[in-house]
Design a binder for this molecule. Sequence first.
Ligand SMILES: Cc1ncc(COP(=O)(O)O)c(C=O)c1O
Length: 448
Amino acid sequence: MKTLAIDGGAPVRSNKPSLVEADIFEQAEMDALVRVASQKKLRRAEAALEYEKSIAAYFGVKHAIAVSNGTTALHVALAAFGIGPGDEVIVAPYTFIASDTCVLEQNAVPIFADVDPRYLTLDPADVARKITKHTKAIIPVHILGTPVDMDPIMELARQHNLWVLEDCAQAPGASYKGKRVGTIGHVGTFSTISGKITSTGEGGFVMTNDGALFEKMWGYHDFARKRSLGAASKFHWGLPCTNYRITNMQAAIGLEQMQKIDRLIAKRDENAKYLDSRLRDLPGINLMPKPDWGERVYYYYAIRIDRQALGSDMLNFAVALAAEGVYDLGYLGTTRWIIPQHLQPVFVNKSGYGGTRCPFECPWYEGHVEYGPGLCPEAERACDEVFWLSSVNPLLEQQDLDDIATAVEKVATAFVAKQRAGIPIRYATDDQRARIEFMERARAEHSL
Ligand SMILES: Cc1ncc(COP(=O)(O)O)c(C=O)c1O
């Protein structure tokens, strides 16, 4: 067995730049960008309308609005639903923070429902348990490109008269029972930040089949203007309003990305399937299962580690992989290292704007909420076991994929052998532990 790099052996990969998370920016994107720049039309203009048409056509939906990012897309949708103080919105604990803090922007209260342990998507049975008389909406997140089981969620929404907002930031092109995600709930939102399946640097879009919601979302993203009146409605601000517009430059790039979205998805799929084939039979590693209710796409590639078989937690595993040259420990402080959202300090400490505890404790809110460990045990377990191994960016080369697979094989095999020989594995430094330790602290301090 080869000596691990962390034990002084030769790394699998050295003297090579870190694995790619770059934008796919080809000649077509360059030409489109130059075109709008040479027209001297940098702010939202015709390219945005074309982009929105191409989004609507691809997804088979009536209306799309390109906005400044995936976070503002979520805000626009909740504002259009009329979510406000005193309301509860059921959210996912295994996601990026934006899926949950968008609720705080409306001064409403996020209520976490647990995830399905197999697919890490919102568990409809737990959603049902979390519905109260204050509930107004549900935000299922198609995490990692895996579709949520939408039928039971839509049925709950119908029974309780709730809005459904699909967060599809990681899943454009995924489908549920033949329908593209984003077109099943009342609104679907997407992100096109660098690294996502289509990219405009920063950016996002919303979509709906509901004409009334479309008009409201339009207004909310552009200073409460009425779309039909255009600039004529400039001086009639009857609602709280904001500016979440996209630029013509981003839209021009986005339009080109939409022309090639199927190719981008297919290449990611091919990369992921290759990793599947190499990692399938490794000891201590489990592949992420796919639900049979739909077709997933690949944003990031994750694996589930068997802590007992490896004799180690995920952090030691990450540190050993980093020494092999295929993992960036900078991810420990980022979204690549998923932390359960309900254990984030903003929720555990009920931190509101202006140093208040609003909306968690606020005269408008007649419910009661506490956040802490034990609230969503499956999400908590997933955060200890599901390892976001690598991007499957189309720019990855065969050598990159081989390096990743070889390093995982080397580390997993060595860990299992050490575990069997009773050799303790302690590679992570105190400093590395400190970067994710607030989760441990929350567990210790706030037992529900
Ligand atoms: C699931 C999810 N929702 C929302 C967002 C927010 O999108 P953005 O970064 O474009 O604001 C992201 C990613 O960034 C995400 O992964």
